[in-house]
Design a protein around this ligand. Structure first.
Ligand SMILES: *Cc1c(COP(=O)(O)O)cnc(C)c1O
Length: 498
């Protein structure tokens, strides 16, 4: 399988796509085609564990990896030492037509672990395949969860280092603590004075700065990305759509071939895009419901066909979705534009220069066939957390609750009764204060720190607090660096000198 850039002609292998992260022309790597998985194969997933399902999906894309390599990587990533349940990504029914796919059972309590536990293994293999002997220096911009997941994934992995930029005023207390207490001797964490888009744009600029690349090369390092633009992040995410489908069959909720909807709390469009890839591979997906918070740039895009960043950026209760430039959307645009790289390049230039682009009515309608977008504000989010706990005895984090609210809206507006899987992207304990407010009222978290809120939440709900949250309290802070938006390059170089 070859991989093309969304903005042009470059053609690389899977391992090269993973190693480079971003294509030289600034585009994202996309597979030359979508390998199809026939229904009888999907049915056979019912008998397999998560790791075996993963091997079956991954091998179709990672053609320059051999099967034993993929098997070893997958077994090293998806096991009960790293995940707190043997199911890895369990599916739970919460009402008549709704199942929650829990993607937060990994070491950092967010869905990013699903990909970032595997990516370091793929990166290391990719380096060997391409004769790369220099250190693979991972640079990451995080809206909160990617950072910690990347740090945990790459921590002490030989031949790699991992540097994370997070927006100083844009992550939750627990998210920040998780990052700044990270151990390992190849990890760096730097606060950027700005928001997530500043951090993400800054990292993208470093990747495309010949001067910075050269400075790193002089130090024996090559840059790579663990952000969701990397195909190595995307491909592990395709797995859990198939896995959830097989689990629904096992639970007799559907029979093989029945359509299913997926409702996905969305920020950078990586999670939901994997669902779209699964659909293109033959998974019977009816609608992909794209749930946004108040930063509803995607809702407007799916409705109007115009993507516009001329809007106020809001900090919300779902910080990992506080994003105005959803990078992975470019991969969907590429399909919508019939794989016309020149057109994508034009749209992306327009976005950079004027803050918007329009795809036209026809392409918008083409997208609307599969995608449905809506949004939830903070009030909707808290209400949804409360309602789900009260009515369905299910405790949701704010990101998942954005999805829960949007799913209700979708059903009200469309009357579609297709069984729907709601992707749950974080443990409620990662955002304990707001979850507590959702179930116990606006004042419930007053004067309490994240730990006190977690303890209160455990007492009120009986949902056990994850060991990782308990442990955070006693870990020393190891990373205190910060930098201005336009000094991220220097900050990286400085971090390596320490
Ligand atoms: C990253 C993240 C999201 C958004 O996922 P995208 O792939 O960026 O759309 C949603 N919820 C949580 C908890 C996350 O960490």
């Amino acid at each position: 399988m070859s991989f093309f850039s969304t903005r042009g002609e470059s053609c690389v292998t899977a391992s090269q796509a993973i190693l480079h992260g971003l294509a030289p022309d600034g585009g994202l790597y996309v597979p030359a085609m979508f390998p199809s998985v026939p229904m009888n194969r999907i049915s056979s997933f019912c008998e397999m564990d998560y790791a075996a399902r993963a091997v079956s999906i991954l091998k179709r894309y990672l053609e320059d990896f051999n099967i034993p390599e993929i098997e070893e990587a997958v077994r090293a990533a998806y096991n009960t030492e790293r995940f707190d349940t043997p199911e890895i990504a369990p599916v739970k029914q919460i009402d008549d037509a709704t199942w929650v796919l829990e993607l937060f059972h990994g070491p950092t309590l967010a869905f990013k672990d699903m990909a970032l536990q595997l990516l370091p293994h793929l990166t290391r293999l990719a380096a060997v395949k391409n004769g790369e002997k220099r250190e693979i220096s991972i640079l990451v911009a995080t809206s909160g969860d990617t950072g910690k997941a990347a740090l945990e994934g790459f921590r002490d992995v030989p031949g790699t280092s991992c540097t994370v930029f997070y927006p100083q005023e844009g992550v939750s207390d627990v998210q920040k603590l998780q990052m700044v207490t990270t151990g390992g001797n190849n990890t760096h964490v730097i606060a950027v004075k700005g928001n997530f888009d500043d951090a993400q744009t800054g990292v993208k600029e470093l990747f495309s700065s010949p001067e910075f690349v050269k400075q790193m090369e002089e130090r024996g390092k090559i840059l790579s990305s663990a952000n969701s633009i990397n195909f190595g992040r995307l491909v592990p995410q395709i797995v859990y759509y198939f896995s959830a489908y097989a689990d629904l069959v096992n639970k007799h909720a559907i029979t093989p071939g029945d359509p299913v909807n997926f409702c996905v709390p969305t920020g950078n469009f990586g999670d939901i895009l994997a669902g779209y890839y699964a659909r293109n591979m033959g998974l019977p997906v009816n609608k992909l419901i794209c749930a946004s918070n108040r930063n509803n740039v995607l809702t407007d895009f799916f409705n109007s066909g115009t993507y516009s960043t001329h809007r106020t950026f809001f900090k919300t209760l779902s910080p990992s979705m506080d994003i105005l430039v959803s990078s992975n959307l470019e991969r969907l645009l590429y399909e919508a534009a019939d794989r016309d790289g020149a057109l994508i390049k034009r749209w992306m230039e327009q976005l950079k220069e004027s803050g918007s682009y329009s795809i036209g009515e026809q392409r918008r309608d083409w997208m609307a066939d599969v995608f449905w977008g809506d949004c939830a504000d903070n009030k909707d989010t808290l209400k949804e957390i409360g309602k789900r706990f009260l009515e369905d005895h299910y405790l949701m984090d704010p990101h998942t609750a954005v999805g829960g609210h949007v799913l209700r809206q979708y059903r009200l507006k469309t009357n579609d009764a297709t069984p729907t899987v709601l992707l749950s992207t974080a443990s409620p304990y990662k955002f304990a204060a707001d979850v507590l407010r959702g179930i116990a009222g606006a004042d419930a978290a007053e004067g309490k720190d994240a730990f006190a809120c977690s303890e209160e939440l455990e007492k009120l709900t009986g949902v056990p607090m994850p060991a990782q949250v308990k442990a955070l309290k006693d870990l020393p802070v190891r990373h205190t660096a910060e930098c201005e938006r336009d000094a991220m390059g220097e900050a990286v170089l400085k971090a390596f000198e320490l």
